[in-house]
Design a binder for this molecule. Structure first.
Ligand SMILES: Cc1ncc(COP(=O)(O)O)c(/C=N/[C@H](C(=O)O)[C@@H](O)C(C)C)c1O
Length: 393
């Protein structure tokens, strides 16, 4: 149920039967591969999702930093981000559980898009909850969700971002749980969601661990991935966790500064692993950005996908035990990294992934001779934001 002191099931009694049912299905189908569930998951991620994704040597970045830089190309997964790994797995699991309806939250819209695509692919009705602020700043993804046949419900409460979208989705699920599965978008929420999402996303590190040994002849010295809720992070780390020679860096959004405004309850960043304190959010004990009297603060990031005041409990635990190094990169460095990869390697990365690439630019000297960086998504969705923000600066 837990990762050290973190995780658990801090939810209303009404949700416990649903979590118990999900835990049974997780054990039977994901862990025990009953009825060939994981075989079907892998086959669909191959034929529909486009896996395996390349682990590509970045020649220009390797020259620039004087070491071997390999990019794990999750931007090439169908839909443009790692999100499909988890969304397809959960929608397929919902089918095996005889559910009739899919709901999900989204912030950057990548998870919403992936869920809508997976639901269309598997012929399941789908409703996505998305904060009004995010609907306005990630419009191309709203069009894609609707094009894939999903209903998109804008959420006007609070700041109209991810936190409110998750609350609305949980509220829906509490009253429709008999026939509805909630496809949660990251390694957050009550047990078994953090493990379930991590296990689906772990295809990333399973492939990368084989590919790096095939292509470079050994394990990497370090692996770098951005962290919003933490699903691409733990997906990229999971199979390397037992390899103590491999350093793991989780890069969060440093926004415009790391200070929290206690009075306003505002944080101009989302660097939860670096500056957060323990608390419960969305059903799990984890690290949070909160005021001293326990109010969850409004977080910030130039990238919608990293703008989340919580983080997965598994990452909180691995940071506390020292296995994962928490890091953060500010908005400017992320924007510069967006332009840099586009110009040097011909790859336009998602603004979220740009935080991992920004960390590489600032800290490559500490990362050893062989580095794997996860490009969690592609940056088409961010072009407007980046062009606007770049003009402002
Ligand atoms: C391309 C891309 N890269 C990284 C992330 C960060 O989410 P995690 O992998 O769960 O840390 C995201 C997160 N996107 C979510 C979404 O699209 O709904 C996000 O907004 C929330 C689920 C956190 C993303 O789109």
């Amino acid at each position: 149920r837990t990762f050290g002191d973190y995780g658990g099931q801090y939810v209303p009694e009404a949700l416990m039967p649903a979590l118990q049912e999900l835990e049974d299905a997780y054990q039977r189908y994901v862990l025990d591969n009953e009825d060939g569930f994981m075989d079907e998951f892998r086959e669909r991620m191959r034929d529909f999702g486009g896996r395996p994704t390349p682990l590509q040597r970045a020649d220009r970045l390797s020259e620039r930093y004087g070491r071997e830089i390999y990019l794990k190309r999750e931007d090439l997964v169908h839909g443009g981000a790692h999100k499909l790994n988890n969304a397809l797995g959960q929608v397929l699991l919902a089918k095996y559980m005889d559910k009739e309806r899919i709901i999900a939250e989204t912030g950057a819209g990548q998870h919403g898009t992936a869920t809508a695509m997976a639901a269309a692919h598997l012929d399941m009705p789908c409703e996505i909850y998305m904060g009004r602020t995010d609907v306005n700043r990630q419009r191309p993804n709203v069009y894609r969700m609707r094009m894939n046949g999903a209903e998109v419900n804008p959420v006007d409460a609070g700041s109209g971002t991810l936190k409110e979208a998750i609350n609305e989705t949980m509220r829906d699920w509490a009253t429709t749980v008999e026939r509805t599965h909630y496809v949660i978008g990251s390694i957050v929420g009550p047990h078994p969601f953090p493990r379930l999402v991590r296990d689906f996303q772990s295809v990333i590190s399973a492939e990368a661990r084989d590919q790096i040994q095939e292509q470079a002849g050994r394990l990497p010295d370090s692996v770098v991935a951005c962290a919003g809720g933490g699903s691409n992070t733990m997906g990229t780390f999971h199979e390397f966790v037992p390899d103590s020679s491999v350093d793991l860096y989780a890069v969060e959004a440093g926004g415009s500064s790391l200070e929290i405004d206690q009075d306003e309850g505002l944080a101009p960043n989302s660097a939860t692993l670096s500056t957060g304190t323990d608390g419960v959010l969305h059903g799990a004990m984890t690290k949070l950005l909160q005021t001293t009297d326990g109010q969850i603060v409004e977080s910030h990031s130039v990238s919608a996908g990293l703008d989340y005041a919580g983080v997965g409990p598994e990452l909180s635990h691995l940071v506390d035990t020292g296995r994962v190094t928490p890091a953060s990169v500010d908005d400017d460095a992320a924007l510069n990294a967006f332009h840099r990869l586009s110009n040097l390697e011909g790859i336009i990365p998602a603004l979220e992934s740009s935080h991992a690439l920004g960390y590489l630019e600032e800290n490559h000297a500490e990362l050893g001779d062989l580095v794997v960086v996860n490009v969690s998504g592609r940056g088409d969705k961010d072009l407007e934001t980046v062009l606007e923000e770049t003009e402002k600066r």
